[in-house]
Design a protein around this ligand. Structure first.
Ligand code: ATP
Length: 232
């Protein structure tokens, strides 16, 4: 579904991503693991069209997308649940969800909001409250709901459990598994490599801007190099 080939991305003189390549097959959960600053968020932001690559190629469903503007990439079927959630705190849950559907012109938007409330009943109960008043975990639910409202084929999560309690983290990871079960392909970046690789089908290790290791998630979990560097 997604192919990233030889990607490099710079912020001015800083080359944050030097040579990243990976693929995401339809229906899979693929996880990128790596230390802080390895270039994982930069990779996701480039796929979303928020940054332009210096070199390399990004293909989505065999179509080159790395020159497209962000709204066209969203319209093509890629949604991004960003690091830090980036909600509009002064707006209600309902309004944040509608923002996720801003490119849609069909009549099923309300129905999809009901699906989000089904998945996260607390959001349904508090739909008219401002999102900024919510706990971190609840805000993450709103961010996931907002991304779902775009009806993406590929959903990217950047550090979805950051700052959350172990119980809330597990709930968010369980939700990601549910979304995959409903047919959404998932690409995720997660500091908690153990949890992420336990959930994922396939993993890639990114080190200093380069993909250095890859394989089925179970094999990476057992790899001594991964264990030593990322699993403590
Ligand atoms: P983290 O988990 O800490 O977000 P990461 O693997 O996602 O790590 P990136 O956020 O992609 O890493 O950052 C890669 C490199 O790019 C780092 O050296 C970082 O300092 C640098 N960087 C990130 N954003 C910017 C920016 N807006 N301007 C300049 N440098 C940046």
């Amino acid at each position: 579904m997604l192919e990233v080939k030889g990607l490099s991305v710079a912020y001015g003189a800083i080359e944050a991503v030097k040579d990243v390549s990976f693929t995401v097959a339809e229906g899979q959960i693929v996880c990128l693991v790596g230390a802080n600053g390895a270039g994982k968020s930069t990779t996701l932001r480039t796929i979303s069209g928020l940054l332009r690559p210096l070199h390399g190629e990004i293909l989505f469903r065999r179509r080159s997308i790395h020159q497209l503007p962000a709204h066209a990439i969203l319209a093509a079927g890629i949604a991004h649940c960003p690091e830090g959630r980036r909600l509009f705190g002064g707006m209600t849950v309902e309004e944040n969800l509608l923002l996720g559907a801003h490119l849609r012109r069909d009549r099923d938007i309300e129905k999809d909001a009901a699906l989000v409330y089904d998945l996260f009943p607390v959001l349904g109960q508090r739909r008219t409250q401002r999102a900024g008043l919510f706990s971190g975990g609840e805000q993450q639910m709103v961010a996931i709901g907002r991304a779902m409202m775009a009806r993406p084929k590929l959903l990217m999560f950047d550090e979805p459990t950051m700052g959350l309690s172990p119980i809330m983290s597990q709930q968010i990871l369980d939700t990601i598994a549910v979304l995959r079960g409903r047919g959404t392909t998932i690409l995720m970046v997660e500091q908690n490599a153990l949890a992420a690789l336990t959930l994922a089908d396939h993993g890639y290790v990114i080190d200093l801007g380069r993909t250095t290791l890859s394989g089925p998630a179970g094999r990476l979990l057992a790899d001594p190099r991964v264990r030593e560097a990322y699993l403590g």
